[in-house]
Write a protein that binds this ligand. Structure first.
Ligand SMILES: Nc1ncnc2c1ncn2[C@@H]1O[C@H](COP(=O)(O)OP(=O)(O)OP(=O)(O)O)[C@@H](O)[C@H]1O
Length: 230
């Protein structure tokens, strides 16, 4: 495994602008966004609907190429890479937790993590033990690891999502509205868990949220308005 050799400097966006086609014009979703998130730092991005939060995550996740500006993951400029190298960068350095739990219905919690190793081209020795330990560390012990998504609560599914995102030992963890399907108490527990894994795994974590009540649990809150960060 090369994970031990990763140089971790976190996430940096420099002067990022993103536009979408909008009839005969272009709509500016991100307008010169600059942002740095260091390893072990938990940053929230809050802002009204349509302000550009999801666009910011998609660009940071290297899923969308910005019109201009740079996206650096551990110092590597994603824009300078071809598609295959960008996919490898995503696989090796990024963990992504989507709003909708996109777990595979037929797999148990443990298998949701292990299937990633198969995609990566094999299952290194100890992967099963590591997956089990990771699930236990996010609060899913024992028999719950052998349940399928429909046999888990919304909060538990989100815990599996978080464990799965951490399984590749990412440097950067990107989280999109993780509490939208949860009540306040369970939402707060998930944000506390994200704060804990940010510390213990040393990830540069960015969470997009519109839930203001949870913002006192993060290291830093950035506000987004009309594609600009303040
Ligand atoms: N694929 C797309 N094509 C065209 N316009 C888009 C597309 N995706 C988003 N937009 C527009 O870009 C702007 C930013 O959208 P974005 O989804 O990033 O905002 P958001 O802050 O995440 O909103 P929400 O909180 O509602 O999810 C909005 O004006 C939106 O309508």
């Amino acid at each position: 495994m090369t994970t031990a050799l990763k140089t971790r400097t976190g996430l940096a966006l420099r002067g990022v602008t993103l536009t979408y086609p909008d009839g005969e014009h272009r709509l500016t979703a991100l307008d010169g966004v600059t942002l740095e998130v260091a390893p072990g730092e938990f940053t929230a991005v809050a802002g009204p609907s349509g302000s550009g939060k999801s666009s910011l995550l998609a660009v940071a996740a290297t899923l969308l190429r910005p019109d201009s500006g740079e996206v650096l993951i551990d110092g590597q400029d994603a824009g300078a890479l071809g598609d295959a190298a960008r996919a490898a960068l995503r696989r090796d350095r990024l963990g992504i937790v989507f709003q909708q739990s996109n777990l595979l219905a037929s797999l148990t919690a443990l298998e949701q993590l292990l299937v990633l190793e198969s995609v990566r081209g094999g299952r290194p020795r100890g992967a099963r033990e590591r997956a089990a330990a990771l699930l236990a560390s996010v609060g899913l012990d024992g028999s719950k690891q052998h349940r399928r998504p429909h046999q888990l609560s919304g909060g538990e599914r989100q815990r599996v999502n978080i464990a799965r995102a951490l399984f590749g030992n990412p440097s950067v963890l990107l989280v999109d509205e993780p509490t939208s399907a949860l009540d306040h108490e369970r939402g707060a527990q998930i944000v506390d868990l994200l704060a804990e894994v940010t510390r213990t795994h040393g990830t540069a974590t960015v969470m997009v949220t519109h839930d203001r009540d949870l913002l006192d649990r993060v290291d830093r809150v950035l506000r987004m308005h009309d594609g600009r960060l303040a």
